[in-house]
Design a protein around this ligand. Structure first.
Ligand code: ARG
Length: 500
C-alpha cells in the first residue's frame, strides 16, 4: 500500500512506477534522511507536538535503522518510490500507523528532499575540496625539486620564453587554490537548513527550526519556505563550480598529452597511465590524460542538464525537480574520479630536462632577453631593440642557425650598430641563465618561485585546515544528534539534552 493511497481508486502501473521511482538514486541519502528524521522527531517532542513516549519509540526505531544503514542491512523497496517514503513506511511497519505515522507531522517530502540533498552534498563538496587542495600541495611538493629545471614556456602553443618546471607545476596549484575557494563558497550556499518549510507554506504546528538547524550542523535556517522547497540553485552552483574545475583540469590534461608527445618528449607519463596501439608497435598513448580531458564534457553536460531541468519551473515543488539528482551525482562522481587519477598521473610524470633544454636553445626563446639586454646596455628604446633582435632572428633562421651561435649573433648585431661582447651574448641567450634573471614578483626565476610556493602553499594549507574544521563540525553534529537521541530513549530529559 502506498502511504498516499487513500485518495486513489487504484495503484499506479508498473510502467509508471519504473518511470517515476528514485530509490536507486536516493540510496546515497539514506543516512541524511535518517539523521534529518531524528532531528525532526526530537524537535517535535521538544515542542510538545508529539508526546515524549511516541517520540522515544520513533527515535529508537530510527537509531536502529541508522545502524542498519551503516552496515548495509537497510534495504529500500523500489515500490515505495523514494528514500523518504521507505523510511516512513518502515517506521509504520514497526510501530503501527498510530505512532509511526507521527514522524511526518509538520514535514513534507518537499522540505525533506532538499534537506537530505544538502546534507549529502556538503560532505561531498568538502571531500572534493580536500582532494583539490591535496592535489595543489602535491604539485608544490614536486615543484620544490625543480626550481632551476628548464622548461619551454609557450604562448599560442608556440615556443615563447624559458620557464622552470616548478613554475609550470605551481601554476596549477595557483589555479586549484581558486577552485577550492569556489567549492567552499558553494559549501556556504549549500549549508543552510530548509527543514520546517514543509510542503511550501510552513505549518500551523509550533515548530522550532533552530533546533533542527543545530542538530543537523547547518550554519543557519533557510528562512523562506517557498524558496527553501523550490530552489535548486545550490545544486546548480555546485555543478557550475565542478564544471569550472573540470575546465581547469582539462587544460592540465592537454599539456600532459602535448608535452608527452614525441616532438617534445619532455614528459614521460609512465606505463601505468598509458596504453599501446593495436597496430602501431611504437605507440604509447597518454589515455588517462586524454580521457580526463574529455570527462569535462560529462560535467558540463550535467550542469546543462540541471540548468535545463530547473529552467521555467514555477515555484512550489514540481516533479521536474526530482530530475535534479542524477546529473549532480554524475558531476560529483566524475570530478572525484578524475581528480584522483590525474593527481596520481601528474605525480608519476618523469621529466626530461635535457630535451627541454634542447627545445629552448632551438627555438629562440631567449630573444626577448637579448632585446632587454640591448635596452639596458645600448641606451635604446625597447621597440628599437626589438626590431634589431627581430632582424637578427630572421637572418639566423635563414642561415639555419640559432642564438647559440654567439659569433654570428655578434656580427648581425654589429650590422645594426649594436656592439655586445661574446660572453655577454652567451649570458643573455642561455636559457638557464635567462631563467635565473626573471625575478619579478610572480615570475619564473627561482627566487620568485620560492615566494610563489610560500604564498600558494600557505593558502592551500589554510583552506585544508578550514575543510577539516568543517567536516569535524559536521561529524560533531551527527555524533551529538546520535548521543542526544540515545540518551533520550534511555529516559533522559529532552529539554535538558537540547539545551546544550
Ligand atoms: N523523490 C522526490 C524528489 O527526489 C522527493 C520529493 C517528492 N515530493 C512530491 N511531492 N512528490 O524530488
Amino acid at each position: 500500500m502506498k502511504l498516499w493511497a487513500s485518495r486513489f481508486h487504484s495503484d499506479i502501473s508498473k510502467e509508471t512506477l519504473d518511470y517515476t521511482e528514485t530509490v536507486d538514486i536516493d540510496k546515497r541519502m539514506i543516512r541524511s534522511d535518517l539523521w534529518a528524521s531524528l532531528a525532526h522527531v526530537l524537535m517535535l517532542c521538544h515542542q510538545r507536538i508529539v508526546p515524549m513516549q511516541d517520540g522515544r519509540a520513533l527515535v529508537k526505531c530510527l537509531l536502529r535503522m541508522f545502524d542498519d544503514s551503516e552496515s548495509g542491512r537497510l534495504r529500500l523497496d523500489r515500490a515505495l518510490e523514494d528514500v523518504h517514503l521507505n523510511i516512513e513506511a518502515e517506521l509504520i511497519r514497526q510501530l503501527g500507523l498510530e505512532i509511526g505515522g507521527k514522524v511526518h507531522t509538520a514535514r513534507s517530502r518537499n522540505d525533506q528532499v532538499v534537506t537530505d540533498t544538502r546534507i549529502y552534498i556538503r560532505e561531498e563538496i568538502i571531500k572534493l575540496c580536500e582532494q583539490v587542495l591535496r592535489f595543489g600541495l602535491d604539485l608544490i611538493g614536486k615543484a620544490r625539486e625543480h626550481g632551476e629545471t628548464l622548461m619551454l614556456g609557450r604562448t599560442h602553443s608556440q615556443p615563447a620564453q624559458p620557464i622552470s618546471y616548478a613554475f609550470w607545476l605551481t601554476s596549477y596549484s595557483s589555479i586549484l587554490l581558486r577552485d577550492a575557494e569556489r567549492l567552499l563558497n558553494a559549501y556556504t550556499t549549500v549549508n543552510k537548513n530548509p527543514l520546517g518549510a514543509c510542503a511550501l507554506a510552513g505549518t500551523s504546528f509550533p515548530i522550532d527550526r533552530q533546533i533542527t538547524t543545530r542538530l543537523l550542523g547547518f550554519d543557519q535556517v533557510l528562512l523562506h519556505a517557498l524558496d527553501a522547497t523550490s530552489s535548486r540553485d545550490f545544486m546548480i552552483e555546485t555543478a557550475a563550480t565542478l564544471a569550472i574545475l573540470m575546465s581547469n583540469i582539462s587544460r592540465l590534461c592537454e599539456e600532459v598529452v602535448c608535452y608527452s608527445g614525441f616532438e617534445h618528449a619532455a614528459f614521460d607519463v609512465g606505463d601505468s597511465f598509458a596504453t599501446g596501439s593495436s597496430i602501431m608497435p611504437q605507440k604509447r598513448n597518454p589515455v588517462v590524460a586524454e580521457l580526463a580531458r574529455a570527462r569535462s564534457a560529462v560535467v558540463y553536460g550535467s550542469l546543462f542538464e540541471l540548468l535545463t531541468v530547473v529552467k521555467g519551473v514555477s515555484l512550489g515543488y514540481s516533479c521536474d525537480l526530482q530530475q535534479d539528482k542524477p546529473p549532480l551525482w554524475r558531476a560529483l562522481d566524475t570530478t572525484k574520479a578524475t581528480l584522483s587519477i590525474l593527481n596520481s598521473q601528474v605525480l608519476a610524470i618523469k621529466y626530461d630536462p635535457y630535451r627541454a633544454k634542447q627545445g629552448c636553445w632551438n627555438t629562440f626563446c631567449t630573444a626577448t632577453e637579448l632585446a632587454n639586454h640591448i635596452v639596458q646596455e645600448g641606451n635604446m628604446s625597447f621597440r628599437e631593440a626589438y626590431d634589431i633582435v627581430g632582424r637578427t632572428v630572421k637572418e639566423l633562421v635563414n642561415e639555419s642557425r640559432t642564438l647559440a651561435d654567439a659569433e654570428r649573433v655578434k656580427e648581425l648585431l654589429m650590422l645594426n650598430g649594436v656592439e655586445i661582447g661574446i660572453d655577454q651574448i652567451e649570458h643573455v641567450t642561455d636559457p638557464g641563465r635567462v631563467l635565473m634573471r626573471q625575478q619579478s614578483p610572480g615570475g619564473t626565476g627561482p627566487k620568485a618561485v620560492v615566494e610563489i610556493v610560500r604564498a600558494v602553499s600557505s593558502d592551500l594549507t589554510h583552506l585544508l585546515e578550514n575543510c577539516r574544521e568543517k567536516s569535524a563540525a559536521v561529524r560533531t553534529s551527527l555524533d551529538c544528534t546520535l548521543r542526544i537521541a540515545g540518551e533520550f530513549i534511555n529516559g533522559h530529559e529532552l529539554f535538558a539534552l537540547l539545551a546544550y
